[in-house]
Write a protein that binds this ligand. Sequence first.
Ligand SMILES: Nc1nc2c(ncn2[C@@H]2O[C@H](COP(=O)(O)OP(=O)(O)OP(=O)(O)O)[C@@H](O)[C@H]2O)c(=O)[nH]1
Length: 330
Amino acid sequence: MKRREETVPVYVLSGFLGSGKTTLLKRWLLAAEADGRKPAVVMNELGDVNLDGMQLGGEVKMAEMLGGCICCTVRGDLGMEMLKLLDEHDPDVLLIESTGAANPLDIIDAITDASMLTRVELKQVVTVVDAPHLREQAAKSKGATFRLMREQTRCATVLLLNKTDLLSEADADELERTIREWNGFAPIHRTVAANIPIAELENAGRGRREQNGEDASGSVASTPSCECGHPHEPGRAHHTHEHVMALTRYFDGPIDSESFEAMMASLPDGVYRAKGILSFTDTSSRFMFQYAYKQLDLMKIAPQGDVPDVAVFIGEHFDKTELEERLDRL
Ligand SMILES: Nc1nc2c(ncn2[C@@H]2O[C@H](COP(=O)(O)OP(=O)(O)OP(=O)(O)O)[C@@H](O)[C@H]2O)c(=O)[nH]1
């Protein structure tokens, strides 16, 4: 589809931990494939295993950046990983899913680096908002998680107000008004399971840019897209999520499902995201579990290849030793 000399459109999927980025990514991949475009993906996980990547299937061309956050510890690698994907796979579209702890501005910075200009063009920063979680954080209006969520919202060129199934219409209206104060221009779409026609995301803001007499193909780099006022000084950039920590735990064999569910129901407050692949003593199937903002989902899966039983816990200021002891008891 693409001529060699054309730049590859890049879309950044941002949003707090567990907000629905991978759910959206899966839809985006299906949409791209349905209209004959070859996608490539950069995935970044705080833990040491790419559990989200396993959900995408083996066909998708993917670069994995594990064990750190794309916007700090592994930031320098992002440009390199993008170039490698472009050279090896010549994709028509590049999707970057950042960790939920990332500040999108740092990622925008890497993508719009001078060395990337002839190769890629940043088209949209899509921020997926966990609506009930942001509502709770906005009510408190303080703390590192609140500030990061607000920053992710401010930097978006298009916003998904996701998980609206867990919110009343009146609460969603109120949240939308709050978000409007932070970001006055990004279209806001209310979604459940990030269900939205992908074209609406890819073309978001086009009408506005055309009205303003700007280039209708519109790249983020050429629009006044971010109000964070983040000074890109060395040493200042990553304070927003230094508090976020991840614990990766491998299991030697099956565990008791009831004890596991009881443990998940009483996780310390500081753990706001967990995911993993487990075997249980009472069934021969393996399960992927997802825990986001106090909600636990278990799905039967049959992972390809040799995938160990593993769980990753992400949060802030939680007692790692205590959690490890609880895991030992399983
Ligand atoms: N109730 C509800 N659950 C949702 C919705 N969208 C996604 N989920 C669930 O939320 C959990 C997290 O979704 P993901 O798509 O993995 O979130 P993520 O943003 O990729 O998570 P990280 O990569 O860990 O930051 C999963 O269990 C999803 O099934 C929604 O609209 N409503």
